[in-house]
Design a protein around this ligand. Structure first.
Ligand SMILES: [Zn+2]
Length: 61
């Protein structure tokens, strides 16, 4: 028990500076417009998505 990991320590860290635990890369937050199909048609939703190595292919596809 040499190191203690703390979660949710947001006061000392910028909320958008997130490092992915899977690839250890800082996530880049981009606005991603997603088309969602509804009963009445298509709806576009703008989302802020954190992009890292794990999901950059599907985001920028
Ligand atoms: Zn990742």
């Amino acid at each position: 028990m040499a190191k203690k990991q703390t979660f949710g320590d947001k006061s000392s860290k910028k909320s958008y500076d997130v490092v992915c635990p899977a690839c250890d890369q800082t996530k880049q937050y981009v606005k991603h417009v997603k088309a969602v199909k509804t009963d009445t048609g298509w709806k576009f939703r703008s989302l802020n998505v954190g992009v890292c190595k794990c999901n950059e292919k599907e985001i920028y596809a």
